[in-house]
Structures are given as C-alpha cells and as structure tokens.
Design a protein around this ligand. Structure first.
Ligand SMILES: O=C(O)CCC(=O)C(=O)O
Ligand SMILES: [Fe+2]
Length: 318
C-alpha cells in the first residue's frame, strides 16, 4: 500500500508574511514539497492550457517532430528521455514540449512554436502561462528568502531574477500500462534547479520518496488539489541552503489513465553564483559545497542526463 501525503498548503496572497514564511520553512525542511494557493493562475486559464497542451500532443507525430527539440526547446517524443540517468530502461513513456525564456530578447527567438494556422492561440496561451508562473515564482521567492532569514528582495539583489533561465515543460503520459510493471511515467529524479512549480490535471501518479538513502525506498502519493500548484525544491536550492531545504526524489507512476502536467523550472540567471547562504552555515556547520555559477551547475547536470553538448541548457558564453 502506498500512503497518501497531506502536504502543507501555502497561501501566496496571505498578509501574514512571517507566519507564511515559517510554514514554507517547515515544509521545505520536512518534505521539500508543498501546495501553493492564491498564486494568480486561475482555474479557467489552467483548463485552457491543458486543452491547448492536449491539442499539441494529439497532432500526428510527424507534425510534432517538425518541432523536435533544438537548443533545449521544442518536442521530445515518447521514450526519448529518462529522468534517471542511472536507469537502464529504454526511456520514460512520456512526451514533452519545452519552452525557454521569453523575456530575454537575446534568446527568446530560440523557442519553437506551432504555427497559428496549425494551433490557433497556442503560442499566446503558453506565453501568458509563462508570465503568470514567472510572477508567481518571483513572489514565492521573496517568501522563501524570508523563510531563510534573508531580506525579501535577496534573490533580486544577487541577480538571480534578472533574466532567469526558467523553462516550461509540458508533459503528456499516454497512460497505457506496459507489460513491465516497474516502468514509471517519469523515472525517479530530483529537479536540478531552484524551485519547480507544477500544474497537474487531476489524474494521480505523482509520488515522492522522502528518504532517498534508506532501502527499500518508501514512496508516498501526492494527490492533486484543485486550484493548487505543487511546488518543490530543486538541487540547486538544496545546495544554496547547505541541505537544510530538501530536493526530494519524485516520480510519476502510470495508473492506466492518460495524464497531462506542466512543470515550470524556475532557475536563476546563468551568471548568478550559488554560494551557501550565510544564514545556513556556521562554524559548526560549514558550507558543504563550493560556490558555482548557476549556468555551469545546470549544464553539468544536463550533460550527465542527456550526454550531449548540443543539448546544454544554458548559454555557455554568458
Ligand atoms: O508530471 C509530473 O507530475 C511531474 C513531472 C516532473 O517531475 C518533472 O518534469 O520534473
Ligand atoms: Fe521533477
């Protein structure tokens, strides 16, 4: 039996910022996951996004392959990725579509879009989603800063939010159960970056493992909560906080039902230096990791996952 978790619910619009920050801290220390409500992405809009996502993934495979991933943007077909680089499986039974930063005009053109004739209103819907999630993420980061006893505008001050290298990933799990019961829709992984904001369509499947070291691993279901985003801490934030905040292992198990989700990986600008926060180290608990540029860190993680230079996520020249 897999237990179902009741993760903490954080209200982004609460006027009680200090107590909200405290709840965030508890959630990030204990689970590395929480629900976020009153985040500014309303449910009608979320349905429109899922409709549009469904329209794209319903296209004939050749139309989708016309937009095959280049420069880390565009379509990846079924089995093209495994989120667990140590896995020997043939790849995850999911297809995805990546949209890179749209606010940075020097790289926005790298994005690929289905044409307006093919999918009317698709591009404006996804761009609008990108802006909304970026705004929600920025406002959440000021509370996360507060939760770490840092100034609310800390991430802005260190340049993390100046052209953040944030990516939107649309996901589609077709849902047929394979003969191999062990096969995951998304294999176990932790996210690499700062924070992830996740929208799910109500079909279950997401699970987390709070203790990645203990064997056998114990997985718990994270149910969909109507209107809430699921937020999780990524490895880069774990590193920044000297492992105070947890980047928790998660996966998606197939249930036999088709499933759609959208993940927004809110990552800092690539030249932002990730160095243990002062509030997270002391003489008795020195920094465990040396400072590193965010872009270098992410590129190394992506190189290990995708194994190819051309798929690097961040511009190395910046
Ligand atoms: O589809 C989901 O619910 C989770 C996806 C995920 O973990 C990811 O894309 O990193
Ligand atoms: Fe993930």
């Amino acid at each position: 039996m897999v237990a179902t978790l009741s993760l903490p619910i954080i209200d982004l619009s609460s006027p009680h910022r200090l107590s909200t920050a405290n709840s965030i801290r508890q959630a990030c220390v204990e689970y590395g996951f929480f629900y976020l409500v009153n985040h500014g992405v309303d449910t009608d809009f979320v349905s429109k996004v899922f409709d549009q996502s469904c329209k794209f993934f319903s296209l004939p495979v050749q139309r989708k392959m016309d937009l095959a991933r280049k420069e880390y943007r565009g379509y990846t077909p079924l089995y093209a990725e495994t989120l667990d680089p140590t896995s020997l499986s043939k790849g995850d039974p999911k297809e995805t579509y990546y949209i890179g930063p749209i606010e940075d005009t020097s790289i926005a053109h790298l994005n690929q879009w289905p044409s307006e004739e093919l999918l009317p209103n698709w591009r404006p819907t996804m761009k609008s989603l990108y802006w909304k999630l970026l705004a929600a993420g920025k406002s959440l980061l000021s509370l996360i800063a507060l939760s770490l006893n840092l100034e609310e505008d800390y991430f802005e001050k260190i340049g993390a939010l100046n052209k953040p290298a944030s990516f939107l990933r649309l996901l589609h799990y077709p849902g047929e159960l394979g003969s191999d019961e062990q096969i995951c829709g998304a294999s176990p992984h932790s996210d690499y970056g700062m924070i992830t904001l996740l929208m799910t369509d109500g079909v279950p499947g997401l699970q987390i493992c709070k203790d990645k070291v203990n064997q056998p691993q114990v997985w718990e279901d994270v149910p969909h909560v109507e209107g809430a985003l699921i937020v999780n801490i990524g490895d880069m934030m774990e590193r920044w906080t000297n492992c105070l905040y947890r980047s928790t292992l998660h996966r998606v198990m197939p249930t036999g039902k088709e499933r759609y989700s959208v993940a927004f990986f809110f990552d800092p600008a690539s030249d932002c230096v990730v160095e243990c926060f002062e509030s997270c180290c002391s003489e008795s608990s020195p920094p465990r990791f040396s400072p590193i540029r965010s872009g270098d860190y992410l590129n190394e993680r992506f190189r290990l996952t995708y194994g190819s230079e051309k798929d690097l996520k961040c511009d190395l020249s910046s």
